[in-house]
Design a binder for this molecule. Structure first.
Ligand SMILES: [Zn+2]
Ligand SMILES: [Zn+2]
Length: 337
């Protein structure tokens, strides 16, 4: 098979690799139909890297495909079935796994950064992480299951109420998904996005008030629509805007920290958080949210399909990453030929 391998120094290379087989009893081999490029892939490809991926690993954790082989111990999953998967292999035995906080596992093996992922002809996952995809959900739409599952972990912890005001920082696929879910739940949404293409799409999708932070004072826009108080909730989907996210919420407001950048540090007033009794929530990957993500995408009442702006052949993986990096694409998908 061919696969897009992270070779270090901010580079990937599409290489010939051995076709993987079901070596463990619980292995499920999936012939990949599509794989989404994630913000974290872009973070791993900066110099210095803003996220650590192991070199020599096939990238990709937002994949969908058809099962072509199963191990001897696989009981529910069948050859020919269309599936996606939770791309984070938890250990099931550490304190966090045992206490139901499976997204905080101490011994995670992440598919697409620690072992081979979905930007390839085939990917192998343990059966317990397989998520069936209904026939009514297209391959490309199914690549949004993982990112949406992560977003739903955040929106659930925000416990939004209709009529509340939310400011979403960043209009990439994750920012748009946040805006869609918050808006769908009845919130008044403000999206801050400097990229023209993404801002345009957010406007077309009527996701809320779209603000260019390079041209307008986002805080002023937020205060204008909230009688000067500030938003009930802010969400930093970029991973380095915590100071801004804190400044945009009202007293007692919630700040969701979602975007990941290992190099980012915050410059903010700690006493401001105390005086105003703010709630800061870190949101890390999905947590029991995959089934709901599948259902929401399958219903497609919010126009999720519009986020899938670009599609590239696997051989063109570098272009896919470039399109995502420049903001030309909202969600770029790689399709193995
Ligand atoms: Zn992702
Ligand atoms: Zn664990």
């Amino acid at each position: 098979m061919r696969g897009a391998v992270f070779v270090g120094e901010g580079e990937i290379e599409v290489r010939d690799l051995a076709d993987p087989r079901a070596e463990n009893p619980d292995d499920v081999v999936i012939s990949v139909a599509a794989n989404g490029i994630c913000g974290s892939d872009l973070r791993a490809l900066t110099t210095p890297p803003q996220m650590i991926y192991e070199t020599g690993v096939v990238i990709g954790h937002e994949f969908v495909g058809v099962v072509t082989e199963v191990g001897s111990g696989v009981t529910e999953t069948e050859v020919g079935q269309r599936v996606t998967a939770v791309p984070n292999i938890n250990c099931q035995t550490c304190w966090y796994c045992r206490s139901g906080n499976v997204n905080l596992c101490e011994n995670f093996v992440h598919i697409g950064s620690m072992r081979n992922g979905g930007a390839a002809g085939y990917v192998v996952v343990p059966e317990r992480l397989v998520v069936p995809v209904p026939d009514s959900l297209s391959d490309k739409m199914a690549t949004l299951v993982e990112p949406l599952a992560c977003v739903l972990n955040g929106t659930r912890s925000a416990a939004i109420h209709p009529g509340e005001t939310v400011v979403v920082l960043g209009g990439g696929a994750i920012g748009m998904l946040y805006a869609m879910i918050f808006g769908g739940a009845g919130a008044q949404v403000i999206i801050s996005e400097p990229g023209e293409k993404r801002a345009e799409l957010a406007k077309e999708l009527e996701l809320g008030t779209v603000v260019n932070p390079l041209e307008q004072d986002v805080g002023e826009v937020v205060r204008d629509v909230t009688d000067g108080r500030g938003a009930d909730i802010s969400a930093d989907t970029v991973g380095m805007l915590l100071g801004d996210a804190v400044s945009y919420v009202r007293k007692g407001g919630k700040v969701l920290m979602f975007g990941l950048n290992d190099l980012a540090r915050a410059d903010l007033s700690i006493s401001d958080i105390v005086y105003r009794e703010l709630h800061l929530h870190g949101v890390y990957i999905g947590k029991g949210t995959f089934p709901l993500a599948v259902d929401l995408l399958d219903q497609n009442r919010i126009g999720f399909d519009r986020l899938l702006t670009h599609s590239f052949d696997l051989e063109d993986s570098t272009s896919a990453i470039e399109a995502a990096r420049t903001g030309e694409a909202v969600k770029a998908v790689i399709v193995p030929s």
